[in-house]
Design a protein around this ligand. Structure first.
Ligand code: SF4
Ligand code: FES
Length: 223
């Protein structure tokens, strides 16, 4: 098990929790308070719920802080049939999809991730709520025109050293309030320095701003 990950087990399911990636007190506690109870120790108790129900709730955790594996032969979490990229107002980028995340630690398959787009997270590339500390402001909307595209398939997520997030694959991009949406394919470059004048997209401002952040591992594909 990777360092810092907590495991909570019942006879049917193991729930994993990465505290560094938990940035809000919402979906888990709201949807299944018997299993996820902030004021209890341990705060996750899978024996208090049915394994199928827990497996249905965990994918609502938008950051990937929660994950599970079944001990009873039940279904594991599957990637959704569309890659959804949500630009949260004044906050991170949520990705829910068939994600291949390329970081300085190598390549990891994921289904949910919250990526910093303000430039201030101490846990880059993940969001750690630092946007609140620096007063990051962007409504999460965008003006590019919709294009026709497929929505599924693998989505490569590359972290460019001192630069943006490069998404390679098909995706649906949505503003946090759902009022704006567009379909993208090929390459989509998302700002993660907080300085772009064309948010949520990168406009090269990271260079002028002297943004510094680790990129992906050297052996990964170059775009
Ligand atoms: S749903 Fe995920 S990010 Fe939200 S409070 Fe629960 S563990 Fe944390
Ligand atoms: S990452 Fe922000 S402008 Fe390029």
């Amino acid at each position: 098990m990777p360092p810092g990950i907590h495991e909570y087990e019942s006879k049917d399911i193991v729930v994993r929790f990465d505290p560094k990636r938990c940035i809000h007190a919402a979906e888990c506690v709201k949807r299944m308070p018997a299993v996820f109870e902030r004021d209890r120790k341990p705060w996750v108790d899978p024996s208090q719920g049915d394994a199928d129900a827990i497996a249905a709730v965990v994918p609502h955790c938008p950051t990937g802080a929660l994950s599970f594996s079944r001990k009873d032969g039940g279904s594991e979490e599957a990637a959704p049939d569309r890659n959804l990229v949500r630009v949260v107002a004044d906050g991170p980028i949520y990705i829910h999809g068939d994600i291949e995340l390329h970081t300085s630690d190598g390549v990891a398959k994921q289904t949910r991730v919250a990526l910093c787009r303000c430039g201030a997270a101490h846990n880059k590339p993940y969001c750690d709520n630092s946007h609140q500390d620096i007063g990051f402001r962007h409504d999460g909307n965008f003006t590019r025109q919709p294009a026709t595209a497929e929505l599924g398939g693998p989505l490569e997520v590359h972290l460019r050293e001192n630069g943006p997030i490069q998404l390679i694959g098909n995706l649906q991009l949505e503003s946090g309030d759902g009022s704006h949406a567009m379909l993208c394919s090929g390459q989509t470059w998302m700002c993660r320095c907080g300085h772009s004048e064309n948010k949520p997209f990168c406009d090269g401002a990271h260079k002028r701003a002297g943004f510094e952040a680790a990129g992906e591992a050297a052996q990964s594909r170059q775009g």
